[in-house]
Design a protein around this ligand. Sequence first.
Ligand code: NAD
Ligand code: DAU
Length: 349
Amino acid sequence: MKTVLVTGGAGFIGCNFVKLMLAHHPSYRIINVDALTYAGNLENLKEITDKGRYVFIKADIRDKEKMDEIFKTYEITSVVNFAAESHVDRSIEEPEIFLLTNVIGTQVLLDVAKKHWKAHPNDKYCKTYKPGVKFLQVSTDEVYGALGETGLFVETMPLMPNSPYSASKASADMVVRAYHETFGMPVNITRCSNNYGPFQFPEKLIPLMINNCLEEKELPVYGDGMQVRDWLHVTDHCSAIDTVLHKGVDGEVYNIGGNNEKANIEIVKLIIKTLGKSEDLIKYVKDRPGHDKRYAIDNTKITTQLDWEPSYTFEQGMKETIEWYLNHPDWIEHIILGDYVKYYQKMYH
Ligand code: NAD
Ligand code: DAU
């Protein structure tokens, strides 16, 4: 039996991935390890009924003893590492936890996986691993830095991260690469563009704007709103990770994107229009420090070599996403009742 350790599976992308894996691979067991930070939410997983093939463990990926025990108990055969501090604005306020979770946490997982997967764990020259094992690091296009008006991110570009968040993700990528080069560990790194879809925490652009629109609150657009992101539905990101997990060539990096560039202001206006609100709600606010102007992904490698394609159009994906938030007022309410109000006041007033 394949046993996949998913870390950060109570967060936005992780919870969508856990559900996709349980549905697509009826013989797999999924072990979801999540520390349940402000971004982790067990409500995201409550529709899972197949308890025999799904185990949730509350734990921190930096806890080496606990990770070791989990590998031993469940005979883990693959790791998909989503666990991270993921919000750029928070990384500008408090960079330290980003380095600790995103870099050290990744290194701890790599070390434990190496110990359990190597054919001869005590032989430092041994580069033979148990058959079929894989460590997949979920990274981001932000590690490449920012683009000007033209051009696309390709996998061979140098890493030029600009925020503490993207610097921590780039550092983790380097550590994953080093475990492949030095220890021969079977790894892949995926670098995806901006995701949207159900269960995204309302600190990120799209759910924040939907929620504020619904509450008739101001819509805080950073700078001139002309920064560009390449948006991908979360289900397409998850299916791409599933593809890389099964077909990715050891040691390779794969970009994931939807060829779908939009300026922030276009997205905000689309949400306003769909919800029948007024553009008077838009408020241009002070720009994010170090704000990356444009991200855009060249996904030729994954589409031609691994045969993956996104399935959602942006129009369909946004329509379903907005409907999802409209149909899940309790989910948003439970978040807003927590520390979110304090966070919002600190960041936007
Ligand atoms: P998220 O913030 O919604 O979820 C992160 C999850 O990790 C939470 O459940 C949290 O509790 C958990 N976590 C945090 N620290 C932990 C620790 N020390 N130990 C165990 N669990 C911990 O993030 P997301 O948007 O779902 O992103 C998931 C991954 O995908 C991240 O690695 C992120 O860098 C990457 N990514 C995100 C996007 C995007 O658009 N959201 C795009 C590309 C890549
Ligand atoms: O590109 C992938 C990355 O996308 C992921 O690695 C990150 O985890 C994820 O958070 C996301 O980063 P961004 O910084 O691009 O996403 P965010 O939703 O924070 O912001 C999207 C754009 O919208 C960005 O240009 C900043 C702008 N913005 C955001 C917020 C929250 C606003 O104008 N106003 C806002 O209130």
